[in-house]
Design a protein around this ligand. Structure first.
Ligand code: MN
Length: 233
């Protein structure tokens, strides 16, 4: 029997609609710049004819449940929300063809890719890794996962409010790389596994929150997500 010097960290997991059992989370992948209007607002337009998608990752330990109150994080003065459709992988897949991509889909969730924008932009412009800008403790917010096996979500309103005021409003049909294309491309780099979550990118309208703010968001036909921003640490 394996023994450990101290208790290993708990398995990161997310509730599943209609199931008592939790979805155990393996890895968190994030697609960068996947809506044209957001790419433009970041000053980095995308030309799909000559570019492939790019990705960053966060540790599964950065997950926070929808409805949580999380501290305003350290070392930032520009803490941003990014509303995203989250894809939950249910079967292994490597070099998955786009036309077969539906076969490994377990379901979807609504998520927030919380970002230290000030640190991310410095890192981006200096050619440094994004980790401290993106891999934020409790900065990967995820709703319950909605089982939608083999369903390819290709449209649906995606929106976010801060304290009830609309900040982001778009449609999943505006994804530059759609669900099938994301699975096909990401699975050329990684052996996708059950428990992997893929945050598919944010539409335009990203912005800052402050301690005390309440974020609410949704993806039509999928789920809602909420986050209360607590005091600064
Ligand atoms: Mn994002």
């Amino acid at each position: 029997m394996t023994t450990y010097l101290f208790p290993p960290p708990p398995v990161a997991a997310v509730p599943v609609r209609g199931h008592a059992g939790l979805f155990p989370v393996n890895r968190l992948f994030f697609v960068g710049r996947n809506y044209h209007a957001h790419a433009v607002e970041m000053g980095k337009p995308v030309d799909k004819s000559v570019e492939r998608p790019f990705y960053f990752t966060k540790a599964a330990q950065t997950l926070a449940r929808s409805g949580a109150t999380t501290p305003y994080p350290s070392e930032t003065a520009n803490y941003h929300f990014e509303m995203e459709l989250v894809l939950a992988i249910g079967k292994p897949g490597f070099r998955v063809k786009a036309e077969d991509a539906h076969e490994i889909i377990y379901g979807y969730a609504a998520g927030l890719d919380m970002t230290r924008r000030d640190l991310q932009l410095v890192a981006r412009d200096k050619g440094r890794p994004w980790d401290t800008g993106k891999d934020i403790e409790e900065g990967s917010v995820c709703s319950e996962i909605v089982p939608m096996e083999s369903v390819v979500v290709d449209h649906g309103a995606i929106a976010l409010e801060v304290n009830g005021a609309t900040k982001q409003s778009s449609d999943v049909n505006k994804l530059i790389w759609n669900i099938r294309e994301i699975i096909a491309d990401l699975s050329t780099y990684y052996h996708l596994q059950p428990g992997d979550l893929i945050y598919t990118g944010t539409p335009e309208g990203v912005g800052a929150v402050l301690p005390g703010d309440r974020i609410t968001g949704r993806v039509e036909g999928v789920a809602e997500v909420a986050l209360q921003v607590g005091p600064a640490e």
